[in-house]
Design a protein around this ligand. Structure first.
Ligand code: BJW
Length: 254
């Protein structure tokens, strides 16, 4: 296996780090078959919903208020698409990082649950999880893996009210405890990886800058350049399912 081109002093610093964090995005799950959001094959470009000017509008509380059935149809379709998919070597390598470093925090924007399925112990899921629902009236969060769902929108088994996907939509605040964990990981990391994300959605995209300002080495893994590429210490261009296993091997054998 051809190794990655990483300056020796940088590799040495990564190898000797005790506290490491990673932020992942849709690109990490792309090689498992989960569509990304942006780009020409992305969900936003290829999904059209009647009555909505742009598909992004579907991921808003206003859309759910206006047409909960339509929003749930979109999620039901995505759940059915994701259900049979398996973690790829990128997800598996991040489990390896967790074992290799004394402290490793995995922060993800992904809602597909593939990091957990791979074996990552406690990923910080910034945007929620597609396999959980939340009662609109009571706020109770429940795991629900049924695909397809027998009734859209699904109802709360306790109060009979409507449930929504346990996902953070545009304009909604992230859960404070989740945000706190993500900021802490970025502030305390000696090395911060930003992997497979277009780095345009806030507040997630700000984590790399927070880590950099706090003195971390920032390493980006992506197929292409993003708004953070100019400030990273190392940019590794390529599929994360190929780059991460190589990186893990280099770290383990250094
Ligand atoms: C590969 C690869 C391979 C491909 N290997 N790489 C400050 C400034 C401006 C706006 C805001 C701001 N603060 C907040 C906002 C508003 C908004 C926002 O950020 N908007 C921007 C788009 C402009 N943010 C919010 O509303 C957030 N809430 C919030 O901040 O509340 C407080 C507040 C509200 C309003 C104003 C101010 C403050 C909530 C954001 C929730 C985002 N939710 C979504 C949808 C969830 C729905 C669902 O999944 O069903 O989460 S948006 C969507 O984007 C999804 C993703 O998690 C997120 C990030 O996408 P990601 O992961 O980066 O995917 P892509 O597709 O964009 O990129 C894939 C990348 O992978 C590409 O770079 C490829 O090259 C790469 N790739 N294959 C490696 N094999």
């Amino acid at each position: 296996m051809a190794l990655l081109e990483i300056p020796g002093d940088l590799l040495g610093a990564i190898v000797n780090s005790k506290n490491v964090a990673a932020l992942t995005g849709a690109g990490v799950s792309a090689e498992s078959g989960v569509p990304t959001f942006r780009g020409k094959e992305g969900l936003w470009r290829n999904f059209r919903a009647e009555g909505f000017a742009t598909p992004e509008e579907l991921a808003t509380p206003e859309a759910f208020e206006r047409d909960p059935k339509l929003v749930w149809e979109w999620y039901d379709w995505r759940r059915s698409l994701i259900a049979p998919l398996k973690p790829n070597p990128g997800h598996m390598s991040l489990v390896g990082f967790e074992k290799r470093f004394e402290q490793f925090t995995l922060v993800t924007q992904n809602v597909d649950g593939l990091h957990r399925l791979a074996g990552s112990a406690d990923p910080v899921e910034m945007h929620g999880n597609i396999w959980y629902t939340r009662c609109v009236d009571e706020g109770t969060v429940r795991e629900n893996r049924e695909t397809p769902l027998p009734r859209l929108p699904p109802l709360c088994p306790e109060c009979g009210g409507m449930v929504r996907p346990h996902i953070v939509w545009f304009g909604e605040s992230l859960q404070p405890s989740i945000l706190e964990r993500a900021y802490k990981a970025a502030e305390e990391a000696e090395v911060f990886f930003i992997i497979g994300t277009s780095a345009v959605v806030q507040p997630s995209a700000s984590l790399a800058g927070i880590a950099k300002n706090a003195g971390a080495i920032v390493v980006e893994i992506n197929l292409e350049s993003t708004p953070v590429t100019g400030m990273v210490d190392l940019s590794l261009k390529g599929p994360s399912g190929v780059i991460l296993p190589k990186l893990l091997k280099m770290i383990e054998s250094a």
